[in-house]
Design a protein around this ligand. Structure first.
Ligand SMILES: Nc1ncnc2c1ncn2[C@@H]1O[C@H](COP(=O)(O)OP(=O)(O)O)[C@@H](O)[C@H]1O
Ligand SMILES: [Mg+2]
Length: 266
């Protein structure tokens, strides 16, 4: 059980032609192990930057990230990343994509096959191991991406708009899959989305972020993710309770965007 601690993160990108972008300002939070946090906010508010810092792909300008007793100072298989569609190895089979992490760790593909089969089962792709990536639909490819991430048995899974490229129906199915994975594995998940509905149905904690500089503006602890494990997510999304929070956040993001547009017009 490794809690995540994010302490006073600032990220300033220096631009090659001079000037800089203040992408994150004084971001601090603690996240208990096993939670599902969604990061929601308009484009440019630093969601991807924050995720990359949590992954250790990017060093913050100042501040520290800790996962359990260990400071995040670079990438590690303890922190797995799932990207938007298109980040699989197209030239390898589904099974080889999934065994990639363990193979990098020095194991042989055939020795990992039982685990690969188990993971295919977990993500609902029984029997698809020998297929090529390009033979699969977008939703199936994201199932492979989740399995590839799980193969490293990470403490924390980071997902950057993993369902962003999928059609509405596939997206709903994948939301349920992510909730079930979360429930079954008990892993900490941080998921970026710019869909308010998705943030609310998946996040048992939701951070609404604001831009310029990127920061956490509001924090919600919500019951919907846990409820969606036993109740129909569709019905849940239609409840007054869900709609009220959704409207509140939409209104809030609307105001933020109006303000940004206003500032750009100055
Ligand atoms: N490598 C970079 N160099 C300069 N600016 C960047 C770089 N990456 C992101 N930015 C800027 O930082 C801000 C936050 O970007 P990002 O984290 O991608 O936001 P989001 O994922 O919320 O859309 C944006 O203004 C973006 O243009
Ligand atoms: Mg982004």
């Amino acid at each position: 059980m490794k809690p995540l601690q994010v302490q006073n993160i600032d990220m300033v990108y220096e631009l090659p032609k001079g000037g800089s972008v203040h992408a994150l300002s004084d971001v601090s939070f603690d996240l208990d192990s096993g939670r599902l946090l969604t990061l929601l906010g308009p484009s440019g508010c630093g969601k991807t930057t924050l995720l990359n810092i949590l992954a250790g792909f990017l060093a913050p300008t100042s501040g520290e990230v800790w996962l359990g007793e260990e400071q995040v100072l670079g990438p590690s298989k303890d922190r797995g990343m799932v990207f938007q569609q298109g980040a699989l190895f197209e030239w390898q089979s589904v099974a080889k994509n999934i065994s990639f992490g363990p193979r990098m760790g020095g194991r042989k593909h055939k020795d990992v096959l039982p685990e690969v089969d188990r993971l295919l089962d977990t993500v609902g792709l029984q029997g698809f191991g020998d297929k090529q990536v390009y033979e699969l639909s977008g939703g199936m490819q994201q199932r492979v991406a989740l399995a590839r991430c799980l193969a490293n048995d990470p403490d924390m899974m980071l997902m950057d708009e993993p369902l962003g490229a999928l059609d509405a129906l596939t997206r709903e199915k994948m939301q349920s899959l992510i909730l079930n994975l979360w429930d079954e594995t008990g892993k900490t998940i941080v998921l970026v989305t710019h869909s308010v509905e998705e943030a609310l149905i998946l996040g048992d904690m939701v951070f609404v972020m604001a831009p310029r500089p990127g920061r956490i503006e509001k924090i919600y602890e919500l019951p919907f993710a846990k409820r969606a494990l036993t109740e129909d997510p569709r019905t849940l999304k239609a409840t007054t309770e869900f709609q009220e929070v959704k409207e509140e956040i939409l209104g809030f993001i609307w105001e933020m965007e109006e303000e940004i547009m206003g500032r750009q017009g100055e």
